[in-house]
Design a protein around this ligand. Structure first.
Ligand code: GLY
Length: 385
């Protein structure tokens, strides 16, 4: 019996996954032709995605969507398309274009690692390993963190880790598996440990970003970048925490990562509005506050990953499954767009409220994680990161 059939027995999950998959794959097929080798930008403008070359931190999501469409449908055109995107990732590394970032995991796990796992293409493996090497170069050994953004000596950015980085760590775990060199995984595990120590607060809400002193290794302060306030809880950051700690637990077996995933999930769920789709910052509860559907989709994937590591007898197992399906039902019924070929799949995301960028628009990672959530409901044991 499929997971989705089991959970239907004790939930009110109603979307038709078969129909949804057909709509997704049909729209993606049209977009692959219309976009002609270009990538949708990070977010839409007035419902339309500008098209770009392989730049910015987000192109991996588009590649990941083609891979997921192949996973869901078995249609080889999607895998061919991913394969055709790969030289662009190699070119980006050669030109060192926009690689001063921790986002190398988002970029290269979803494109090159997926391609390598599916086709064994040695070039894909090589690009992903190069990206893993670049990511390790951002590690500050005394502070034991991977710096998120910018030059390692930039005083504005030096020693700054961000909660999002947890999703970039699977690239390092994979690199250790591939090369037999434990160093990649060790750095990832230490970074996840520091994130657990300092990005997660005592009440299991999260800071978006946290500065460490790279000379002494001492914690400095937590601040926000995309959240409402330094001491609020940015919804997408909380979703990155749920999913990211669950993934680090799956690779390392370190129990406190599982605990962090469980507790951040409980916090997230406890701060959802009645319809189950989070506001863009969990502290903001006034009716009419903008939603971030992309955070909701990430949380669904995180909750589903988390349940893989919990006993079926654990009450959290049932609760997280029900909550994931409750959120997903809303996303399918009220946020999914299977029509607008210039736009994305998940309406009503927020990229950066503080910069008024991508507010109530599609975001490409919202689309990606929506695809992943649909795929997880039909193929729960596939390897996604
Ligand atoms: N990782 C950047 C963001 O979530 O907007």
């Amino acid at each position: 019996m499929l997971l989705v059939e089991k959970v239907r027995l004790h939930s009110r999950f109603t979307p038709d996954l078969h129909k949804l998959t057909q709509l997704i794959c049909g729209k993606l097929t049209r977009q692959l032709t219309q976009f002609d080798g270009k990538y949708p930008a990070a977010c839409s403008i007035n419902g339309h995605y500008p098209l770009t070359d392989n730049t910015d931190w987000t192109t991996g999501f588009w590649s990941g969507m083609t891979w997921l469409a192949w996973q869901m449908s078995g249609d080889p055109q999607f895998l061919d398309h991913l394969q055709n995107q790969l030289p662009g990732y190699g070119e980006r590394l050669r030109q060192r274009h926009d690689i001063e970032t921790h986002d190398l995991g988002f970029l290269f796990s979803l494109s090159c690692v997926n391609a390598w796992r599916s086709t064994g293409d040695p070039a894909a493996r090589e690009y992903a390993l190069q990206a893993a090497n670049l990511l390790t170069a951002r590690y500050h050994p005394t502070a034991q963190i991977i710096q998120a953004w910018g030059d390692l000596n930039d005083p504005q950015q030096q020693g700054r880790m961000i909660i999002d980085c947890l999703l970039n760590l699977p690239l390092l775990y994979w690199a250790s598996e591939q090369t037999g060199d434990p160093r990649y995984a060790q750095l990832a595990q230490r970074h996840a440990g520091r994130a657990c120590d300092f990005l997660v607060r005592e009440d299991y809400s999260t800071f978006h970003t946290f500065y460490m002193n790279v000379e002494t290794g001492e914690p400095v302060k937590g601040t926000t970048h995309q959240g409402y306030a330094d001491n609020s809880c940015w919804a997408r950051g909380q979703a990155w925490a749920i999913y990211g700690f669950a993934l680090s637990f799956s690779y390392t077996g370190e129990r406190r990562f599982l605990q962090a995933a469980v507790e951040t999930a409980r916090y997230f769920i406890a701060h959802l509005p009645d319809d189950g789709v989070c506001n863009w910052d969990l502290q903001l509860t006034a009716p009419g506050t903008a939603k971030d559907s992309s955070a909701a989709a990430i949380a669904v994937c995180g909750l589903l990953e988390l349940t893989r590591h919990l006993s079926v007898l654990d009450p959290d197992h049932g609760d997280f499954t029900r909550q994931a399906l409750r959120i997903m039902t809303q996303l399918c019924d009220r946020y999914f767009d299977g029509e607008n070929v210039d736009g994305g799949y998940l309406l009503h995301a927020v990229y950066n409220m503080n910069k008024e960028r991508g507010v109530d628009e599609y975001c490409i990672w919202g689309d990606y994680f929506f695809f992943e959530a649909v795929s997880r409901l039909t193929a729960p044991l596939a390897k996604y990161w």
